[in-house]
Design a protein around this ligand. Structure first.
Ligand code: FAD
Ligand code: UDP
Length: 374
């Protein structure tokens, strides 16, 4: 008999297990269908000894001092500020599209004129989502918006989601707004860094040495239902799977990753290069930039978007669209009916496009507001 059975050993499951065991002194069992902890943030040393993010590059950034304080119990941090270039017409220009991108994309006189126009309209330091900029009525701004839309957003989004930008919730492309600035960083969050010894080590420190937390790997919750006694269930897998898809399957987008190692110390000029064109991959990330590892070889991860097929690949991205959110809310109503015995938390269980810091914040919130009160 355990107090909490927790399905999934990603950030959601591990943060909740750690809090329940450390603060409440209660027993947790985590069941994880993969062969490792860490969820999609899992990293490992490949056959060349290079630290690789198995499920795609994970860069930590947050504006939440609370999340930093919590995670810093389990890791030290390397300073890292991510920079991305996008391959546009044979040139690598900064993304988010900013005033430096403008200078690279246009002849000097035109770039200066457009910069003046942007500064007059929006002011230095502002961020404008592309779908908003596209509503510009002035001829030159409208032309610029169309240029950025075509060159940066349209093809990348079609590849990543199999949808055009305006078919998705505006928040998706607003993650990478046009930035009226010379700041080339991908994120402007107050805190940006990478766990010094990797994510898996962070997870090991979080749950590895706690006698009140047991982990069963290679164990699918669907296969052990009924065989383990528990007082409460925490489910961090897909919410539609939990309810046997009774209202229909929630759509997700998947990816295939290729990790390539090269006999050179660096392969590309920055952490990530995006390919917002018709290549069949979206981006290539060179892990050593992120991890600060020193090694004579280097490994890159290339991301190929795929349709998600239940049982065949992984549901990496919930697809933010109104009708999917409506379907999700039917599952929320089911979840509310069993809220006394089951807690849903995480990117899959909440069907939300969370970053890691948002998932940690969500798990801490659920612990404080729903678990620590019992
Ligand atoms: P997950 O990490 O998905 O963990 C859920 C776990 O539950 C999985 O290990 C799964 O195997 C397990 N599970 C599911 N069903 C069952 C079952 N039936 N039985 C047993 N186990 C089950 N965030 C950032 O902040 N920065 C980034 O740079 C970043 N990059 C990303 C890149 C990619 C390609 C992706 C896909 C995500 C990225 N994220 C990034 C988001 C980040 O991965 C998530 O916010 C975070 O990992 C979510 O944690 P979670 O615990 O909710 O879910
Ligand atoms: N995007 C784009 N071109 C780019 C970068 C991003 O069109 O060069 C759009 C695309 O729709 C993408 C979304 O902005 O899915 C969010 O990008 P982000 O880099 O935040 O995606 P993630 O890292 O979560 O995959």
């Amino acid at each position: 008999m355990v107090d909490y059975l927790i399905v999934g050993a990603g950030f959601s499951g591990c943060v909740l297990a750690e809090r329940i065991a450390t603060v409440l002194g209660k027993k947790c069992l985590i069941v994880e269908k993969r062969s490792h902890i860490g969820g999609n943030a899992y990293d490992y040393y490949n056959e060349h000894g290079i630290l690789v993010h198995k499920y795609g590059p994970h860069i930590f950034h947050t504006n939440s001092p609370k999340v930093v304080e919590y995670l810093s119990q389990f890791t030290e941090w390397n300073q890292y500020e991510h920079k991305v270039l996008a391959n546009v017409d044979g040139k690598n220009i900064p993304v988010p599209f900013n005033l430096n991108s403008l200078a690279q994309a246009f002849p000097a006189e035109k770039a200066e004129h457009l910069e003046k126009l942007l500064l007059e309209h929006f002011g230095y330091g502002t961020k404008i989502p592309i779908l908003q900029l596209r509503q510009s009525t002035s001829g030159e701004l409208a032309d610029l918006a169309e240029f950025i839309y075509q060159k940066i957003f349209l093809h990348y989004t079609k590849k990543q989601w199999n949808l055009e930008p305006d078919e998705l919730d505006d928040a998706v492309t607003a993650r990478v707004p046009v930035f009226i600035s010379h700041d080339n960083r991908y994120f402007q969050d107050d805190f940006q860094g990478m766990p010094s010894f990797g994510y898996t080590e962070l997870f090991n420190k979080m749950i590895g040495n706690n006698p009140l937390i047991d982990v069963k790997l290679n164990t699918d919750y669907n296969d052990i239902q009924g065989s383990i006694q528990f007082k409460k269930l925490i489910f961090t897998g897909p919410i539609d799977e939990y309810f046997d898809y009774k209202f229909g399957a929630l759509p997700y987008r998947s990816l295939r990753f290729e990790h390539e190692t090269y006999n050179t110390d660096y392969y590309q000029e920055t952490g990530t290069i995006n390919y917002p064109n018709t290549y069949d991959y979206t981006r290539r990330t060179e892990l050593k930039y992120l991890t600060s590892q020193i090694h004579e070889k280097t490994t890159c991860t290339i991301e190929f978007p795929q349709p998600f097929i239940i049982g065949e690949n992984e549901p990496y991205y919930p697809i933010p669209q109104t009708h999917n959110n409506t379907l999700y809310s039917k599952y929320v109503r089911e979840a509310e009916m069993i809220a006394d015995s089951v807690i849903f938390c995480g990117r899959l269980a909440d069907y939300k496009y969370y970053n890691m810091d948002q998932v940690v914040a969500r798990a801490l919130h659920i612990f404080e507001k729903r678990i620590n009160l019992e």
